[in-house]
Ligand binder design. Structure first.
Ligand code: XIL
Length: 384
């Protein structure tokens, strides 16, 4: 990855570093070429333009000499990323500034999901995804595409359509060709298939599995490769970070794909964990290693560390050490190329609405101030 070329978009971003990242969006058409991967891991990050409003954070934000997650990750030739939604991206300057300063990769949190891109049959909408991809390009960041095939966030026309196998195959093929094709050359990695396995490692009984059978996975990868030959193609799942029956099942699934010549490049490990239940670092290391032996890359794709009840210093310290342990394990593995968080600020996180009583899962607080977890990630990245 360290050999990726310094794209014209990144050069443009650097040239205009005195402008706020959001304003850089306006420069896209004049600056950026349409097709190169939008990051160069050897370049420095684009600096934010102005002192953010609100409570001053604990670290200097505007001095380019001050290291950031992004600058340290780039120096190591790795990606550090965050999931993003367009509303705060376009509406909150601090969100955009923090994102562009701290990360060299973004994942659209929802904008590329099936129900968002094809809400009506054969009628695609790309406004939100386009805004995120444009932001990434303007700020010299790479994009993880998430996700082409999942059983959640599906449109009603699809779930209620009672389609035959042949019809569903045609729908899936057209969807992948259209969505991956639209961003051809602009997506560093696609989560082609998300969460195909259940908690016990058996096939999840989704519309795709029930109607098509397990071959839907092979086909989705082949169609994704056709649509965007440059993108790295990933299988992505949760609760398979360490060792255990689900992790074994993911291993067997991707091993089978490799053996059949299916074009898969990597495995995404979600890493949605809790302060009182997180994987053993040694097990994660062993898992990364066995995936490396299959010739596969790994990305940590959706990390957050949720806290239950009142947030205390002790819980924040525990959270920080989990973030640090997981990042260290990733950095120690040559094949673990990206470390992506599911958001970055507690102001915008899926956790409180999906896990009642839990929250504060990310390294910046609701006012964009760095938490102990942020400092722990910086420490991990500062270690030679
Ligand atoms: C979640 C988003 O964060 C929410 O905003 C949305 O309502 C539902 O999906 N695993 C995944 C992600 O792969 O796509 C999910 O994202 C979180 C769990």
């Amino acid at each position: 990855m360290a050999t990726l070329r310094f794209s014209a978009a990144a050069r443009c971003a650097a040239k205009h570093r005195l402008l706020a990242p959001v304003l850089l969006l306006l420069l896209i058409t004049s600056c950026a070429p349409p097709s190169t991967l939008p990051t160069d891991l050897r370049s420095t990050s684009s600096a934010p333009s102005r002192q953010p409003g609100g409570t001053p954070p604990a670290t200097a934000l505007t001095d380019p000499a001050v290291p950031t997650l992004r600058s340290l990750a780039q120096a190591k030739g790795r990606y550090v990323g965050a999931a993003v939604d367009p509303r705060p991206l376009l509406g909150e300057p601090l969100y955009a500034e923090t994102l562009a300063r701290e990360f060299n990769m973004v994942t659209p949190e929802n904008a590329l999901k099936f129900g968002r891109t094809q809400p009506s049959r054969d009628r695609y909408t790309f406004r939100d995804a386009d805004a995120i991809v444009a932001f990434a390009r303007a700020n010299g960041m790479a994009v993880r595409g998430h996700t082409l095939v999942w059983h959640v966030v599906l449109p009603r026309w699809l779930t209620g359509g009672a389609f035959t196998r042949e019809e569903l195959l045609a729908i899936l093929r057209a969807h992948i060709a259209t969505v991956a094709g639209r961003y051809r050359g602009q997506i560093a990695a696609w989560d082609v298939v998300n969460e195909a396995l259940g908690n016990d490692g058996s096939w999840r009984d989704t519309i795709w599995y029930k109607t098509i059978g397990p071959e839907y996975v092979d086909l989705a990868f082949r169609w994704a490769r056709e649509a965007d030959p440059q993108a790295r193609l990933f299988y992505n799942d949760y609760d398979c970070e360490g060792l255990g029956s689900k992790s074994d099942a993911v291993y067997e699934l991707v091993k089978g794909l490799r053996q059949r010549g299916v074009p898969i490049d990597g495995v995404g490990l979600h890493m949605h964990v809790r302060i009182d239940a997180s994987p053993e670092p040694a097990e994660v290391a062993a898992n990364l290693q066995r995936l490396a032996a299959l010739g596969l890359e790994v990305h940590i794709t959706e990390m957050d560390v949720r806290i239950d009840g009142a947030v205390t210093e002790g819980k924040l310290a525990r959270q920080a050490s989990i973030y640090k342990d997981m990042l260290r394990v990733c950095l120690a593995a040559e094949n673990c190329r990206a470390f992506v968080l599911w958001g970055f600020t507690d102001r915008h996180s899926w956790i409180p609405s999906y896990f009642r009583g839990w929250g504060a899962a990310l390294p910046f607080d609701e006012a964009y101030r760095p938490k102990p977890a942020y400092r722990a990630l910086m420490e991990a990245l500062s270690t030679p």
